[in-house]
Design a protein. Structure first.
Lengths: 327, 866
């Protein structure tokens, strides 16, 4: 990819950006822009090596954020946050993987009550590594590298009052650290709980899809370091085609639980710029099953609010008038 | 492999995407298991029984590749009548000397031909060949050993072996092999290994179905196989199986040794081992009056490529001593140090404790955490005069004298320790030029990206300038003793403000040059007369045409699938060794699908995708005339060109100290008795030199006291950290991924011992007590072994007391009973107890260990029986 001039996009008008299958970069004010770039994270080939987590921190100079043994399988970084922009989830599960014989035997252990505690159980309270229930003798270990979804309709961007969050010419969503004032509006706005405020800093931080690397024709650090191509980077259209083909192959091979997540441009966020192939329900990976851009209803809410306000004011005036009249 | 070699695992994933079946055999369920088709959890320490069972399956169900086996292995070779198998002697081979704890290999010979070691312990025969043999030499050789000699060497001293191509003769190797493994039945495997019969047979079937003319299978192993008192025999069992299945010398076949870290292969080729010279030339022993002629006479064969050993050795001596090496002074052969015994790493620790070894260099090594019985490593270092540590950070091996466990407990006081410790910061691979040699024997060059920070310097810089300064100090010396240093060729050019030696100049020296100084292109050009110099004969060609061949990076898309122009593989840029075996005896590929090299009748030469590992113009129909020597003594159907008989060896008549065929022995410490033989352990495991109050062994099998240590524990690595942690625990981004030492146990064991998930546990052996956070996980599974339930305790070994991620080193628990061939420690399987809660502090910690010793009735003799 040729280097691209960095120009800061204009902010989209709310009405235009909140509906349907759109081209976010055009919406963002780049009439002539490179193709929309994104990630396809194929968790079926993830080996959980965490090279993505480390490469991301190294490249983006993200501080270490806690030396904590969690007891949550091999996951000690716990989730995405201000200081973890790639996060590998480890899910121990009583479920067969296609054609795989796990060779484990735990007939005597009742995993259901243990699993009920869920993977959010505080370390020390869980009696075993949190395990998803299933049949005894079946076992698999899912690994998945999570990241900011770079939504087509990004609520974080909508609510940012300073213009720190902006849409790039690649269709990605980036926070500008020198503009962010730490107001924190974006944090509850994110339907995935990705963006977060850094402790002792106050500003909001998240994956930039390595905007600096993209701008000089390099792929993001996580994708570059992934040894098994679980993290694939490229034009979103190509990635979607590739993902569809991979999904079809897995279904053919009998992996019927395989599904794409964030691939659909008609979902609640207009599709994700970073989407996934999962081997189970999204909830198993800690992902919301049906994310909706939290600013979706803003325009209609604004109308309702205006109407309600008018009604309220009208009512108040009426009450005042009536009151006066009564008294 | 996904756990410890995630980057290499991409190729397994690629093979899997093309339809390969991936079988993972490991006591624990790892990242590799998560991606495999089958995970087989087997009891740690039972792989020979498992693989032996597959050999038995292959033999009894006629699943072996018969044409391959008959043509290319020693299956038909007839053994002498004196040979007695473990089946005859209840677990030992003929020739066992119980007092010396060693084997006399003379009863393992071929009928009609005396055979010398192909690799390994070639020096066993020195006295026979040089005359005047006695028992003492055998013992000294046994205890000193010949290290990792990778498929090189081999000699027929005299005669022609008798061969039965029908494989029917009762004393032929094939029949001996059949009898040897006949009792390794699926039921026996299940009983010993804790693997179900169904799972075992599933593995057998998959392996057999995916081997033969049309298909090949490969084995990948790592230190899970080597770190045992029978480690070498583990690999041998896989070798026997792969020969029977026809999976050697063919694409997609082979046995891959994944090394501990980058370029360990390189450091065996150009060895950091005490018993080898570059290119697997043995280090001479201190035999009396041994000159170059008698060294070559004793060590080199008459047949096969090792017959040129004199040319390789003379060229090495010319490379080191240049003009000073002349025919008149035996090319400075006397400058080479001589072995007087075993100088392996653990013997060195014993020598430190005895006050014999006074100085120690640690270059990128952290034995205070990473070596077995870490306490003895520290006590050894506390008894030195000086210690030099070169590493990235202040690792435990550099700071034990002020903050180690013995300081904490009061056992040692810094003011009493006489060791002068020097710490020199080291440059990382990104800060220097150089090459890595990987498991495929491929050299890949890396270029310096940045200058090292502060005082950090490369190992090359350190070694070169240390040598330069020593030579300056000795310059005026007239002492004969200093000549080997003063006569060295030590004139490497340097560059930059740090005076960094040119790494490529070293590569050029390793490659070698002729009398005119032109780079050589092949080891076949090496001469005996001193007109060539070559630092490592197997690397000859890596700098041919004065081009750094290792630095080639032609993309895969621009060349064929064998990718000969990516890096450079020794020898002669061959990508698959012994690839003559990829063609049938007539020189035609066994199948179109698996074609690699073949005989082109029209052009009368070998050709194909890879560079043929064979004399290019030798017809498949060539038969050597009587009296032929060297490569000419091998027939056109002898693919294993480094072997004197040109065959691969199912049965090893010489070269291994602990038997010609692998047999299942229980580990040094095991809660389980040996179900196959009365002989519990490897009878010649290396143990006696190591007996020490801090290295007590536990009772095993059914002995009284075994029940005190009822669990099997195994040490291993996880993806988050690197070996003893020097490269990872001090880096915040890696430390936070696995911040504390933890042990892995099954829910059943947690219940049995009341272990709390994410709480603490204390793990105890006869050597030490350590504490770890507890990970209760279904990835660990209980097994049924010999009718009883058996639990494993999994111990990643990365942590120590320094750095950002800390914890007790698992290696505190380990003992010093070693493999007799290569002197490697048995840290992959120990017997232990585990209790909830943290370990005692101070003296109470030792008291706990002593209490366990008392309860188990441990004395200095426990576990030392033959």
């Amino acid at each position: 990819m040729a280097p691209v001039d960095i120009t800061i996009g204009r902010r989209p008008s709310l009405d235009g950006a909140l509906l349907g299958d759109t081209d976010p970069a055009t919406q963002g004010g780049y009439p002539d822009h490179p193709p929309r770039m994104g990630f396809f994270t194929d968790t079926s080939v993830c080996i959980g090596c965490k090279a993505c987590e480390v490469a991301c921190k190294e490249w983006n100079a993200i501080p270490e954020d806690g030396l904590l043994f969690t007891g949550m399988s091999m996951d000690n970084s716990q989730g995405l946050g201000a200081d973890t922009w790639r996060h590998v989830a480890f899910i121990e599960q009583r479920k067969p993987i296609a054609a795989q014989d796990p060779g484990v035997a735990h007939e005597g252990v009742d995993v259901t009550p243990l699993a009920r505690q869920g993977s959010g159980t505080a370390a020390g309270q869980a009696a075993v590594t949190p395990t998803t229930p299933g049949d005894a003798g079946e076992f698999r270990w899912l690994m998945a590298s999570d990241v900011c979804k770079h939504c087509t309709h990004a609520a974080c961007l909508d609510v940012c009052p300073t213009g720190s969050l902006f849409r790039t010419e690649f269709g990605t969503v980036v926070v500008q650290e020198d503009i962010c004032n730490g107001c924190g509006y974006c944090i509850p706005a994110c339907p995935y709980g990705v963006i977060d405020q850094r402790e002792g800093d106050g500003r909001a931080w998240k994956c930039t899809l390595c905007y600096d690397r993209l701008s000089v024709g390099q792929e993001p650090a996580c994708a570059k370091s992934c040894p098994t191509n679980s993290i694939q980077f490229g034009p979103l259209d190509e990635l979607r085609e590739r993902a569809d083909a991979r999904l079809a192959r897995l279904h053919e091979a009998g992996v019927i639980d395989a599904r794409l997540y964030g691939r659909d441009p008609h979902d609640g966020v207009g599709g994700d710029g970073a989407f996934f192939l999962l081997l189970d329900e999204p909830e198993v990976y800690g992902l919301p099953p049906d994310p909706v851009v939290t600013t979706r209803d803003l325009p209609s809410m604004a109308k309702h609010v205006a109407a309600a306000a008018a009604t309220l004011i009208g009512g108040a005036l009426a009450a005042f008038a009536v009151g006066r009249w009564v008294s | 492999m996904a756990e410890c070699h995630p980057v290499g695992f991409q190729w397994v994933m690629e093979a899997k995407a093309r339809g390969a079946k991936v079988i993972h055999v490991d006591p624990r369920f790892t990242r590799t298991s998560a991606l495999a088709d089958i995970h087989v959890p087997l009891r740690a320490g039972t792989d020979i029984a498992f693989l032996g069972g597959i050999i038995n399956y292959v033999l009894t169900n006629d699943k072996y590749f018969r044409e391959y086996v008959v043509a290319y292995t020693n299956a038909g070779t007839i053994l002498i009548e004196d040979y007695r198998d473990t089946e005859d002697l209840d677990g030992v081979f003929s020739g066992l000397d119980v007092d010396q704890r060693s084997y006399d290999f003379h009863t393992w010979q071929y009928e009609g031909m005396e055979v010398q070691a192909a690799s390994g312990h070639r020096d066993l025969e020195y006295q026979d060949k040089a005359g005047g043999g006695n028992g003492r030499s055998r013992r000294s050789v046994h205890h000193s050993g010949r290290g990792e000699a990778h498929g090189s060497g081999g000699v027929a001293i005299t005669g022609v072996p008798q061969v039965d191509p029908t494989l029917q003769h009762p004393r032929c190797v094939f029949q001996v092999l059949k009898r040897h493994y006949a009792r390794y039945t699926p039921e026996m495997v299940s009983d010993i290994c804790g693997v179900s019969v169904d799972t075992f047979l599933q593995v057998c079937k998959l392996l057999a179905e995916n081997s033969g003319r049309e298909r090949t299978s490969s084995f990948v192993y790592s230190v899970g196989w080597t770190q045992h008192t029978v480690g070498v025999q583990y690999i041998r069992t896989a070798a026997v199986l792969q020969q029977l299945l026809g999976n050697i010398g063919r694409p997609g076949g082979g046995i891959m040794a994944l090394r501990g870290h980058a370029s360990i292969q390189g450091s065996t080729d150009i060895p950091t081992l005490y018993n080898l010279l570059p290119g697997y030339i043995p280090m001479p022993h201190a035999h009396s009056n041994e000159d170059l002629d008698s060294f070559i006479e004793a060590e080199s064969p008459k047949k096969g490529y090792w017959a040129q050993m004199r040319a390789y050795t003379v060229s090495l001596l010319k490379s080191w001593w240049g003009p000073a090496a002349t025919p008149d002074n035996d090319f400075c052969f006397d400058y080479l140090p001589r072995l007087t015994g075993n100088h392996s790493t653990y013997e060195t620790v014993m020598a430190q404790l005895a006050g014999e070894c006074k100085g120690y260099f640690l270059l990128g090594e952290n034995p205070a955490v990473g070596s077995a019985n870490a306490k003895m490593q520290r006590l050894g270092m506390a008894n030195l005069e000086w210690l030099v540590v070169r590493d990235f950070s202040l690792i435990e091996s550099a700071t034990w004298w002020k903050d180690g466990p013995e300081i904490e407990s009061g056992e040692l006081r810094p003011e009493d320790i006489g060791t002068e410790v020097f710490f020199l910061p080291a440059a990382a691979h990104t800060e220097k030029d150089g090459s890595f040699t990987n498991t495929q024997r491929m050299l890949q060059w890396h270029h310096q990206a940045v200058e090292p920070c502060g005082d950090a310097r490369s190992d090359l810089w350190f070694t070169f300038h240390l040598g330069r300064k020593i030579r300056e100090k000795l310059a005026a010396s007239t002492d004969e003793m200093d000549r080997p240093i003063l006569d060295l060729t030590w004139d490497y050019p340097t560059k930059g403000s740090l005076a960094e030696p040119e790494a490529e100049a070293v590569l050029a020296e390793i490659n070698g040059w002729d009398a005119e100084g032109s780079p050589l292109s092949s080891y076949e050009q090496l001469k005996e007369d001193g007109s060539t110099a070559c630092g490592c004969w197997i690397y000859c060609g890596v700098y041919s045409n004065a081009i750094n061949q290792a630095a080639r990076r032609k993309p895969a898309a621009q060349q064929d699938w064998i990718a000969k122009e990516w890096g450079w593989a020794w020898p002669a840029n061959r990508r698959i060794l012994y690839n003559r075996a990829s063609a049938d005896p007539d020189g035609k590929p066994w199948s179109a699908r698996k074609a690699l090299v073949w005989w082109d009748e029209d052009k009368a030469k070998w050709t194909g995708h890879d560079i043929p590992d064979f004399t290019a113009t030798k017809s498949p129909h060539y038969r050597p005339p009587p009296g032929a020597t060297g490569a000419a003594a091998l027939a056109g159907v002898d693919p294993f060109v480094m072997q004197a008989d040109g065959k691969s060896w199912l049965f090893v008549p010489a070269g291994l100290t602990d038997g010609p065929l692998p047999a299942h022995y229980e580990p040094q410490e095991s809660p389980v008795p040996n179900l196959l033989y009365r002989q519990q352990r490897n009878p010649v495991r290396q143990i006696t030199a190591m007996v020490h109050p801090h290295d007590r062994f536990e009772p095993s099998g059914g002995e009284p006291g075994t029940e005190v240590f009822p669990y099997v524990c195994s040490t291993y690595r996880i993806a988050e950290h690197h070996t003893a942690g020097g490269m990872s625990r001090f880096s915040p981004y890696l430390a936070e991924l696995a911040p504390e030492f933890f042990c892995e146990v099954s829910p059943e064991l947690a219940t049995e011992r009341r272990l709390e998930h994410a709480g603490w546990a204390t793990i105890i052996t006869a050597r030490a007590a350590i504490e770890a956070r507890v990970m209760v996980t279904e990835r660990m599974t209980p097994m049924t072994v010999a009718g009883k339930r058996l639990h494993h305790v999994g111990l990643p070994y990365h942590w120590g007391h320094s750095g950002l991620a800390t914890g007790d080193p698992a290696n505190e628990l380990a003992h010093l009973s070693l493999d007799p061939n290569v002197h490697i420690q048995e840290v992959k399987v120990l017997a232990c107890d585990i209790q909830p809660g943290r370990r005692p502090r101070g003296r109470a910690r030792d008291a706990l260990v002593e209490e366990y010793q008392r309860r188990a009735g441990i004395t200095e003799r426990t576990g030392t029986e033959v």
